[in-house]
Design a protein around this ligand. Sequence first.
Ligand code: ADP
Ligand code: 2DT
Length: 215
Amino acid sequence: RSKMSHGRGALIVLEGVDKAGKTTQCKKLVNALIESGRPAEIMRFPDRTTQIGQLINAYLEKKSNLEDHVVHLLFSANRWELEPLMRKKLEQGISLVVDRYAFSGVAFTSAKPGFSLEWCMKPDVGLPKPDLVLFLQLHPLDAAQRGQYGSERYESSDFQKVVLQRFEQLMKDKSLNWQVINAAKSIEDLHAEIKSHSETAITVAEFQPIGKLWK
Ligand code: ADP
Ligand code: 2DT
């Protein structure tokens, strides 16, 4: 294809509480987009493979303790260190399907005592703005039915309930393209809905500049 025939890729983010089905749906979406001839790649945050990611991983696995502000800034730094790569891929026409992004960053830290939504948002201001944020909505009781929580930090139903409230506050921001999906549906039904929203977002984003998050 010639350079003129296609524009940039879309930034598609999947968010939701633990066990909502984000990872399952990210994989299915990327495969479906590629099969239909739309270049796409999967990404996830935190990206535990980088040096900063390894600090985050040790914290999540409770192998280290970090001060709450510090860990918040590390999660944000982990996104900023991948920002040049994300921008490059998008400009090459590759759509990115991202498992968690700055919204998880804000929802999880602001669920801790003493952290405002506003303070938590600041470090991520200016990151590439998602063209679509799919929020996989799942009632805490349904999440609990998908198995026990693991032993990582934040994996408790009480904490996840507060996280869900913070996500709900973030979803009031109409400058973002939030789509709330009922994640209690079957994997295939969810996939069809997510694919349809994503195809629309890819078409709309193609000839638009990449936006800046919360700016
Ligand atoms: P997340 O990435 O949001 O934590 P996962 O995709 O890892 O969620 O799914 C969590 C668990 O729930 C896995 O065991 C997965 O097989 C199961 N699961 C995923 N989607 C569904 C669904 N739509 N209905 C029932 N179970 C699901
Ligand atoms: P998973 O790897 O299972 O998704 O869990 N988190 C994530 C934060 O606290 N801040 C962030 O910025 C991000 C992206 C959510 C990762 C855990 O880390 C939390 C669950």
